[in-house]
Design a protein around this ligand. Structure first.
Ligand SMILES: CCCCCCCCCCCCC/C=C/C(=O)SCCNC(=O)CCNC(=O)[C@H](O)C(C)(C)COP(=O)(O)OP(=O)(O)OC[C@H]1O[C@@H](n2cnc3c(N)ncnc32)[C@H](O)[C@@H]1OP(=O)(O)O
Length: 309
């Protein structure tokens, strides 16, 4: 489907090689991230949460939350990722889904090399869905730490292909990151946590400086009454709740994370995460209590069940 330079050109797009990126972090970044996703936000001495921020023997001993891996992908999209053969308006971009596979417990500091590739593009008419896959390798050992697949929902960027046969490209297994079916039975457990009015301002210090989350004017231009919470912040709250309630506080129990952002969250709202166990899969959905709206749903695959469950 090759057209002129300014229009959709699948040949150009699929042949495009995304540059490698680097990401270096230390224990301070790990602690700031944990605070950004609400650790100790309700109780500064909650031992289940304090351990993600402070360790008596030194910050090297802080366990890293698995959703910290989602930060490794930051870099291009928020500043506007240039893709030859495909045009979109970055101000209308919303985070649609995140899929993460963790291959090794994340160290408290590391220098990483990210290999980025296009994993999918779909024309949905009113929108386009773009997926980018990032594999993060430890510099030095070359060990593969984790993989992120980021799905972005590009409002207004659809309709670029033939509507009777919309363009659809996906290069990963179809069973990964699927939308979940929420069980009809009562959840195994429920965790409620209030976000702070300043939550997005704190979370952005982990590196996602998109003004959609901090600047009222930019939020209005994007169609929102006020700045919205980062999707990855909401995901961080939900997975932290699963680690607390199902994994009995052990972040290394988490193998795979999948989440779909269904509606926007505003800083200050209360997140209620319901969890169901199906074998080694925790299915979850997160609602905003004040509006009774489901904002996120997905699953977490864990390595083993704690004996107390
Ligand atoms: C160098 C490497 C770079 C890597 C990348 C790094 C990127 C890092 C971050 C990227 C993002 C940065 C900027 C944004 C940050 C944010 O955090 S935004 C806040 C979080 N997100 C949200 O709040 C979005 C919440 N969701 C919604 O508002 C809605 O769900 C929606 C996305 C607007 C879609 O709703 P709607 O228009 O009503 O869609 P539908 O008509 O229901 O469906 C149309 C088709 O699209 C599919 N779909 C729907 N929702 C999603 C989704 N969330 N993700 C993926 N796909 C979705 C749906 O299935 C439909 O498809 P078909 O069924 O085939 O028709």
């Amino acid at each position: 489907m090759a057209t002129s330079d300014s229009e959709f050109n699948s040949d150009l797009l699929l042949a495009h090689k995304l540059p490698e990126t680097r990401y270096t972090y230390n224990e301070r970044d790990v602690a700031i991230y944990a605070l950004g996703i609400g650790a100790c936000g309700q109780d500064a001495v909650d031992s289940d949460e304090l351990k993600f921020v402070y360790h008596r023997d030194g910050q090297d001993f802080i366990p890293v939350l698995p959703t910290f891996a989602s930060l490794f992908t930051l870099g291009s999209l928020t500043k506007g990722l240039d893709l030859p053969g495909f045009k979109y308006d970055p101000s209308l971009l919303l985070h649609g889904q995140q899929y993460i596979e963790i291959y090794k417990p994340l160290p408290s500091k590391a220098s990483l090399i990210n290999k980025v590739s296009l994993a999918g593009l779909q024309d949905k008419g009113k929108a386009a869905i773009l997926e980018l896959e990032t594999r993060s390798y430890e510099q030095g050992s070359g060990a593969l730490l984790c993989m992120n697949r980021t799905t972005v929902f590009l409002r207004g960027a659809g309709g670029f292909s033939n509507s009777s046969q919309p363009f659809s490209y996906k290069n990963y297994p179809s069973n990964q990151g699927l939308a979940v079916k929420i069980p009809q039975r009562q959840p195994l457990t429920v965790c409620e946590e209030r976000t702070q009015p300043s939550q997005a301002l704190l979370y952005r210090l982990s590196g996602d400086y998109n003004p959609l989350h901090s600047d009222p004017e930019v939020a209005k231009l994007a169609g929102f009454p006020r700045p919205i919470l980062h999707g990855l912040c909401t995901l961080g709250f939900a997975i932290k709740a699963i680690i607390k309630c199902v994994c009995k506080g052990n972040p290394a129990a988490v193998k795979t994370i999948s989440g779909r952002f269904l509606t926007t969250v505003f800083p200050g709202e209360t997140l209620v995460t319901e969890m169901w166990l199906e074998g080694l899969r925790v299915i979850y959905q997160t609602k905003v209590k004040e509006r009774n709206k489901t904002v996120l749903s997905g699953y977490v695959d864990i390595h083993s069940l704690p004996s107390s469950l």
